[in-house]
Ligand binder design. Structure first.
Ligand code: PLP
Length: 391
């Protein structure tokens, strides 16, 4: 099997599993209890919090563990919106939310739900043809009514990277709360919250070789959100419930490994990604690379994301062909596989009609090998040729 769907999820790093094992077996204490066994679990959770904070230049008390990226997005958007709405600036009407058409459903559906519940206005920013939201677009969209902006750091379908620092500067100058969904960026590219000006940032462990079902919200010091899950008061009272100790420990280990290996991994992954993109673009006719070009640098495209659209190809048929050859890939976001028709992201970046149904997303990881990339190019070439021959 060749696994090239690392934007959907990643393989658990053996080092992460090793770190988690004691907390799935003998170290089973509840961190809230008082005896020694509990103290060990409590210390392990705190150590993981420190490692997660270190990776992005945050303070440990700015990290709130959640059940994943989706929950972190919900906590940020619902909580920050309540904070914005309680600002006296908005006494005369509900503040408006700005987001983009290319966001993950965890953001889009949450903004929609807040709008339905509160009756507030929303603005959906358009991306450029590469999937990037320009800071100028943000500048033009904000008005005195804007209370919250949520824009992703890296796109999960076309690998486009937004200039979060520049957008953060705009929101900070205008006193607008700003959340970024960094699920695809966290652990994959350097992030420094000190220079980024975002008030909140979401991340998820299973995207960086950690376990599924654990994520985090970075929440800038001084911002006081209402409790998202009420109960026993864990996670500074914001997210009650007995901690997923083993998951959190695994997430902490994944952060430690990312901090240690990120730059070297990025270089290696990028070389393989470039080989894959060049191979597919040169050996197959009528194909476009969706998202920013690979020559545009890591500031514009994640090093691991290769996404294509083939003319006159049905993406789902291509996936079946690839699956039969042992290759795991996807047409777009795994989280929106139920979406009818072309994905909202490909529509947002205006992929031409005769290409839009033929999308293929391949995500590399630190475990991807050159032999796998060679095999993938051969398999995609053969599958596209076969599908076109029977079209
Ligand atoms: N945001 C983005 C950009 C994602 O890619 C994903 C997962 O694919 C999520 C949020 C949701 O994260 P989780 O699967 O941890 O809920």
């Amino acid at each position: 099997m060749i696994y090239l769907d690392n934007a959907a999820t990643t393989a658990l790093d053996p080092e992460v599993l090793e770190a988690m094992m004691p907390y799935l077996t003998e170290e089973y204490g509840n961190p809230s209890a008082t005896y020694g066994l509990a103290a060990k679990a409590r210390t392990a959770v705190q150590r993981a919090r420190e490692k997660a904070a270190e990776l992005i230049g945050a303070e440990p008390d700015e990290i709130i563990f959640t059940s994943g990226g989706t929950e972190a997005d919900n906590m940020a958007i619902r909580g920050l919106y309540k904070v914005a709405a309680s600002d006296r600036r908005f006494d005369s009407g509900m503040p408006e939310i700005i987001t983009s058409a290319a966001e993950h459903p965890a953001v889009l559906e949450t903004v929609k739900s807040v709008a339905e519940y509160t009756g507030c206005g929303t603005k959906l920013l358009k991306t450029d043809k590469e999937g990037i939201i320009s800071p100028d677009e943000v500048k033009m969209a904000v008005t005195g009514k804007t209370g919250l902006i949520s824009l992703m750091m890296a796109n999960n379908e076309v690998a486009a990277v937004n200039d979060i620092a520049a957008i953060g500067k705009i929101t900070r100058e205008r006193g607008i709360l700003f959340h970024t969904d960094a699920v695809q960026a966290f652990g994959h590219m350097p992030i420094d919250v000190a220079t980024m000006e975002a008030d909140a940032l979401s991340a998820s462990a299973h995207k960086l070789h950690g376990p599924k079902g654990v994520g985090l919200l970075y929440l800038r010091r001084g911002i006081r959100l209402p409790a998202y899950v009420t109960g026993g008061g864990q996670e500074r009272g914001l997210r009650s419930g007995t901690e997923n100790v083993a998951g959190i420990v695994g997430f902490g280990k994944a952060c430690e490994i990312a901090k240690r290996d990120m730059l070297a991994d990025m270089r290696r992954i990028k070389e393989l990604r470039d080989k894959l993109v060049k191979g597919i673009m040169s050996e197959i006719d009528d194909v476009i690379l969706t998202g920013p070009g690979i020559d545009m640098g890591d500031q514009r495209r994640t090093v691991s994301g290769a996404s294509f659209a083939f003319k006159n190809i049905e993406g789902s048929s291509l996936l079946i062909q690839l699956d039969m050859k042992g290759i795991c890939a996807s047409t777009g976001s795994a989280c929106s596989a139920s979406e009818a028709g072309p994905s909202h992201v490909l529509r947002a970046i205006e992929v031409p009609d005769d290409y839009i149904n033929g999308s293929l997303r391949m995500g590399l990881s630190k475990f991807t090998t050159e032999e796998e990339i060679d095999a993938a190019i051969t398999a995609v070439k053969a599958s596209v040729a076969f599908l076109r021959s029977i079209w």
